[in-house]
Write a protein that binds this ligand. Sequence first.
Ligand code: 13P
Length: 282
Amino acid sequence: MKITMHELLQWADEEKFGVIAFNYSDIWDLLGIIKAAEAEHAPVMVMSVPPVVENIGIKYLYGMCNAAAESAKVPVVPHLDHSFSPAMCFGAVDTGYRSIMIDASMKSLEENIQTTKKVVDYAHRFDCFVEGELGRIRGSNCEGVVTDESKPFLTEVEDARRFVAETGVDSLAIGIGNAHGFYTERPNLNIRRLAEINEAVDTKLVLHGGTGIPAETVREAIKNGINKINVGTIIFNTHMKTLKASLNSQEEFDLKQHNCIIDAVAEVAREWIRVSMSNGRV
Ligand code: 13P
Protein backbone atom coordinates (compact mmCIF):
# COMPACT_ATOMS: atom_id res chain seq x y z
CA MET A 1 0.00 0.00 0.00
CA LYS A 2 1.39 3.40 -0.85
CA ILE A 3 1.26 6.46 1.40
CA THR A 4 3.14 9.76 1.31
CA MET A 5 5.55 10.70 4.06
CA HIS A 6 3.48 13.76 4.91
CA GLU A 7 0.38 11.58 5.38
CA LEU A 8 2.27 8.96 7.37
CA LEU A 9 3.93 11.36 9.79
CA GLN A 10 0.76 13.42 10.19
CA TRP A 11 -1.10 10.23 11.11
CA ALA A 12 1.64 9.22 13.57
CA ASP A 13 1.60 12.70 15.10
CA GLU A 14 -2.18 12.75 15.55
CA GLU A 15 -2.43 9.22 16.96
CA LYS A 16 0.76 9.56 19.06
CA PHE A 17 2.72 6.61 17.76
CA GLY A 18 6.20 6.44 16.25
CA VAL A 19 6.94 5.21 12.75
CA ILE A 20 9.74 2.67 12.60
CA ALA A 21 12.13 3.14 9.69
CA PHE A 22 14.21 0.01 9.16
CA ASN A 23 17.47 -0.22 7.23
CA TYR A 24 17.67 -3.16 4.83
CA SER A 25 20.55 -4.40 2.71
CA ASP A 26 18.93 -6.83 0.27
CA ILE A 27 15.67 -8.50 -0.69
CA TRP A 28 15.74 -11.01 2.21
CA ASP A 29 15.76 -8.56 5.09
CA LEU A 30 13.38 -6.31 3.15
CA LEU A 31 10.91 -9.22 2.94
CA GLY A 32 11.34 -9.87 6.67
CA ILE A 33 10.47 -6.24 7.47
CA ILE A 34 7.36 -6.33 5.28
CA LYS A 35 6.30 -9.65 6.83
CA ALA A 36 6.59 -8.07 10.29
CA ALA A 37 4.62 -4.95 9.32
CA GLU A 38 1.82 -7.05 7.85
CA ALA A 39 1.70 -9.35 10.89
CA GLU A 40 1.54 -6.31 13.20
CA HIS A 41 -0.87 -4.31 10.98
CA ALA A 42 1.58 -1.41 11.02
CA PRO A 43 2.81 1.20 8.53
CA VAL A 44 6.56 1.00 8.02
CA MET A 45 9.48 2.69 6.29
CA VAL A 46 12.27 0.83 4.46
CA MET A 47 15.57 2.66 4.05
CA SER A 48 18.83 2.10 2.24
CA VAL A 49 22.15 3.62 3.30
CA PRO A 50 24.88 4.77 0.84
CA PRO A 51 27.06 1.60 0.96
CA VAL A 52 23.99 -0.43 -0.06
CA VAL A 53 23.13 2.11 -2.76
CA GLU A 54 26.69 1.86 -4.06
CA ASN A 55 26.60 -1.97 -4.02
CA ILE A 56 23.20 -2.60 -5.54
CA GLY A 57 22.34 0.62 -7.35
CA ILE A 58 19.51 3.04 -6.72
CA LYS A 59 17.32 1.70 -9.56
CA TYR A 60 17.40 -1.89 -8.31
CA LEU A 61 16.72 -0.70 -4.75
CA TYR A 62 13.84 1.49 -5.83
CA GLY A 63 12.40 -1.36 -7.92
CA MET A 64 12.51 -3.65 -4.88
CA CYS A 65 11.06 -1.31 -2.30
CA ASN A 66 8.51 0.14 -4.68
CA ALA A 67 7.30 -3.42 -5.41
CA ALA A 68 7.06 -3.92 -1.63
CA ALA A 69 5.01 -0.74 -1.27
CA GLU A 70 2.70 -1.75 -4.12
CA SER A 71 2.08 -5.29 -2.95
CA ALA A 72 2.13 -5.05 0.87
CA LYS A 73 -1.19 -5.01 2.75
CA VAL A 74 0.11 -2.15 4.91
CA PRO A 75 1.46 1.33 4.04
CA VAL A 76 5.17 1.26 3.12
CA VAL A 77 7.43 4.26 2.39
CA PRO A 78 10.77 3.73 0.59
CA HIS A 79 13.44 6.13 1.86
CA LEU A 80 17.06 7.02 1.10
CA ASP A 81 18.86 7.19 4.45
CA HIS A 82 21.98 9.21 5.38
CA SER A 83 23.04 10.39 1.97
CA PHE A 84 26.07 12.61 2.44
CA SER A 85 25.99 13.69 -1.19
CA PRO A 86 23.45 15.96 -2.88
CA ALA A 87 24.15 14.05 -6.14
CA MET A 88 22.96 10.77 -4.58
CA CYS A 89 19.83 12.59 -3.33
CA PHE A 90 19.10 14.01 -6.79
CA GLY A 91 19.58 10.53 -8.31
CA ALA A 92 17.13 9.03 -5.82
CA VAL A 93 14.52 11.71 -6.58
CA ASP A 94 14.97 11.19 -10.33
CA THR A 95 14.51 7.44 -9.85
CA GLY A 96 11.22 7.89 -8.02
CA TYR A 97 11.99 8.18 -4.29
CA ARG A 98 9.63 10.59 -2.55
CA SER A 99 11.42 10.51 0.80
CA ILE A 100 15.16 11.13 1.24
CA MET A 101 17.70 12.28 3.80
CA ILE A 102 20.60 14.64 3.25
CA ASP A 103 23.11 14.41 6.09
CA ALA A 104 25.53 17.34 6.12
CA SER A 105 25.74 17.37 9.91
CA MET A 106 29.50 16.90 9.91
CA LYS A 107 29.88 20.30 8.24
CA SER A 108 29.64 23.73 9.88
CA LEU A 109 26.12 25.03 10.53
CA GLU A 110 26.41 27.44 7.58
CA GLU A 111 27.53 24.71 5.19
CA ASN A 112 24.95 22.27 6.53
CA ILE A 113 22.23 24.86 5.84
CA GLN A 114 23.56 25.53 2.33
CA THR A 115 23.85 21.86 1.35
CA THR A 116 20.51 20.89 2.85
CA LYS A 117 18.71 23.81 1.22
CA LYS A 118 20.12 22.85 -2.18
CA VAL A 119 18.65 19.34 -1.78
CA VAL A 120 15.33 20.65 -0.41
CA ASP A 121 14.93 23.09 -3.34
CA TYR A 122 15.42 20.26 -5.85
CA ALA A 123 13.36 17.61 -4.04
CA HIS A 124 10.38 19.86 -3.34
CA ARG A 125 9.91 20.42 -7.07
CA PHE A 126 8.96 16.72 -7.18
CA ASP A 127 6.98 16.68 -3.92
CA CYS A 128 9.73 14.70 -2.28
CA PHE A 129 9.99 14.79 1.53
CA VAL A 130 13.42 15.73 2.91
CA GLU A 131 15.00 14.89 6.27
CA GLY A 132 18.03 16.88 7.43
CA GLU A 133 20.35 16.33 10.39
CA LEU A 134 21.65 18.71 12.98
CA GLY A 135 23.83 17.99 15.99
CA ARG A 136 26.07 15.03 16.42
CA ILE A 137 24.78 11.50 16.55
CA ARG A 138 27.43 9.52 18.33
CA GLY A 139 29.01 6.23 17.38
CA SER A 140 30.05 5.04 13.98
CA ASN A 141 27.82 5.98 11.10
CA CYS A 142 26.94 3.81 8.11
CA GLU A 143 30.17 4.81 6.35
CA GLY A 144 32.20 3.76 9.37
CA VAL A 145 32.98 7.41 10.26
CA VAL A 146 33.28 7.71 14.04
CA THR A 147 31.90 10.87 15.68
CA ASP A 148 34.49 13.13 17.28
CA GLU A 149 33.63 12.71 20.97
CA SER A 150 35.52 15.85 21.99
CA LYS A 151 32.89 18.12 20.35
CA PRO A 152 29.47 18.85 21.85
CA PHE A 153 26.88 16.39 20.56
CA LEU A 154 23.53 17.82 21.67
CA THR A 155 21.52 19.69 19.05
CA GLU A 156 21.17 23.33 20.11
CA VAL A 157 17.60 24.69 20.19
CA GLU A 158 18.51 27.96 18.47
CA ASP A 159 20.45 26.13 15.74
CA ALA A 160 17.43 23.89 15.14
CA ARG A 161 15.12 26.89 14.82
CA ARG A 162 17.46 28.57 12.33
CA PHE A 163 18.18 25.34 10.39
CA VAL A 164 14.49 24.56 9.87
CA ALA A 165 13.60 28.15 8.94
CA GLU A 166 16.45 28.55 6.46
CA THR A 167 16.39 25.12 4.79
CA GLY A 168 12.66 24.31 4.73
CA VAL A 169 13.34 20.65 5.68
CA ASP A 170 10.30 18.44 6.32
CA SER A 171 11.88 16.54 9.21
CA LEU A 172 14.93 16.83 11.38
CA ALA A 173 17.22 14.17 12.88
CA ILE A 174 18.61 15.42 16.18
CA GLY A 175 21.40 14.50 18.58
CA ILE A 176 20.14 14.01 22.12
CA GLY A 177 22.63 11.39 23.31
CA ASN A 178 21.60 8.75 20.77
CA ALA A 179 24.28 6.78 18.89
CA HIS A 180 24.57 4.57 15.83
CA GLY A 181 25.59 0.94 16.31
CA PHE A 182 25.40 -1.10 19.52
CA TYR A 183 25.53 1.05 22.68
CA THR A 184 28.46 0.31 24.95
CA GLU A 185 26.52 1.58 27.96
CA ARG A 186 22.83 2.21 28.68
CA PRO A 187 21.72 5.11 26.45
CA ASN A 188 20.85 8.24 28.33
CA LEU A 189 18.67 10.43 26.10
CA ASN A 190 18.22 14.09 26.93
CA ILE A 191 14.40 14.17 26.81
CA ARG A 192 14.33 17.72 28.08
CA ARG A 193 16.36 18.96 25.10
CA LEU A 194 14.08 16.98 22.80
CA ALA A 195 11.00 18.67 24.28
CA GLU A 196 12.64 22.11 23.90
CA ILE A 197 13.46 21.48 20.23
CA ASN A 198 9.93 20.15 19.64
CA GLU A 199 8.55 23.36 21.12
CA ALA A 200 10.85 25.54 19.03
CA VAL A 201 10.33 24.02 15.56
CA ASP A 202 7.29 23.12 13.57
CA THR A 203 8.75 20.08 11.84
CA LYS A 204 8.72 16.32 12.41
CA LEU A 205 11.57 14.97 14.56
CA VAL A 206 13.60 11.82 13.97
CA LEU A 207 15.54 9.63 16.41
CA HIS A 208 18.50 7.81 14.84
CA GLY A 209 20.42 4.99 16.51
CA GLY A 210 17.37 2.99 17.58
CA THR A 211 19.17 -0.33 18.20
CA GLY A 212 19.67 -0.77 21.94
CA ILE A 213 17.44 2.07 23.19
CA PRO A 214 15.12 0.58 25.84
CA ALA A 215 11.40 0.43 25.00
CA GLU A 216 10.40 2.83 27.79
CA THR A 217 12.91 5.43 26.57
CA VAL A 218 11.66 5.16 22.98
CA ARG A 219 8.10 5.72 24.21
CA GLU A 220 9.17 8.67 26.34
CA ALA A 221 10.83 10.15 23.24
CA ILE A 222 7.66 9.66 21.18
CA LYS A 223 5.63 11.36 23.91
CA ASN A 224 7.98 14.34 23.73
CA GLY A 225 8.00 14.86 19.96
CA ILE A 226 9.78 12.03 18.12
CA ASN A 227 7.78 10.87 15.08
CA LYS A 228 10.20 8.48 13.36
CA ILE A 229 12.70 6.03 14.85
CA ASN A 230 15.55 4.60 12.75
CA VAL A 231 16.62 1.02 13.41
CA GLY A 232 19.47 -0.56 11.46
CA THR A 233 22.24 -2.39 13.31
CA ILE A 234 20.00 -5.05 14.82
CA ILE A 235 18.53 -5.81 11.37
CA PHE A 236 21.95 -6.14 9.68
CA ASN A 237 23.25 -8.19 12.61
CA THR A 238 20.29 -10.57 12.66
CA HIS A 239 20.51 -10.96 8.88
CA MET A 240 24.21 -11.88 8.79
CA LYS A 241 24.27 -14.02 11.93
CA THR A 242 21.25 -16.04 10.84
CA LEU A 243 22.67 -16.68 7.39
CA LYS A 244 26.06 -17.64 8.79
CA ALA A 245 24.55 -20.11 11.27
CA SER A 246 22.36 -21.61 8.58
CA LEU A 247 25.25 -22.04 6.11
CA ASN A 248 27.47 -23.54 8.79
CA SER A 249 24.83 -26.06 9.80
CA GLN A 250 24.42 -27.64 6.36
CA GLU A 251 26.65 -29.47 3.90
CA GLU A 252 24.42 -28.87 0.90
CA PHE A 253 23.18 -25.47 -0.24
CA ASP A 254 19.48 -25.01 -0.54
CA LEU A 255 17.75 -22.46 -2.77
CA LYS A 256 15.39 -21.66 0.10
CA GLN A 257 18.25 -21.10 2.54
CA HIS A 258 17.56 -17.35 2.71
CA ASN A 259 14.08 -17.92 4.13
CA CYS A 260 15.67 -18.15 7.59
CA ILE A 261 16.68 -14.46 7.21
CA ILE A 262 13.10 -13.43 6.45
CA ASP A 263 11.80 -15.15 9.60
CA ALA A 264 14.57 -13.97 11.93
CA VAL A 265 14.38 -10.35 10.74
CA ALA A 266 10.57 -10.42 10.95
CA GLU A 267 10.74 -11.47 14.59
CA VAL A 268 13.08 -8.60 15.53
CA ALA A 269 11.12 -6.07 13.43
CA ARG A 270 7.83 -7.10 15.07
CA GLU A 271 9.25 -6.28 18.49
CA TRP A 272 10.35 -2.81 17.31
CA ILE A 273 6.98 -2.10 15.77
CA ARG A 274 5.32 -2.87 19.11
CA VAL A 275 7.84 -0.69 20.96
CA SER A 276 6.86 2.26 18.72
CA MET A 277 3.13 1.58 19.25
CA SER A 278 2.57 1.55 15.48
CA ASN A 279 1.06 -1.95 15.64
CA GLY A 280 -2.69 -2.45 15.10
CA ARG A 281 -3.11 0.82 13.16
CA VAL A 282 -4.09 -0.66 9.79
P1 13P B 1 21.14 1.87 14.48
O1 13P B 1 21.94 1.15 13.44
O2 13P B 1 21.96 2.24 15.66
O3 13P B 1 19.89 1.13 14.83
O4 13P B 1 20.71 3.26 13.83
C1 13P B 1 20.13 3.24 12.55
C2 13P B 1 20.03 4.60 12.01
O5 13P B 1 19.95 5.58 12.71
C3 13P B 1 20.02 4.70 10.54
O6 13P B 1 19.84 5.99 10.09
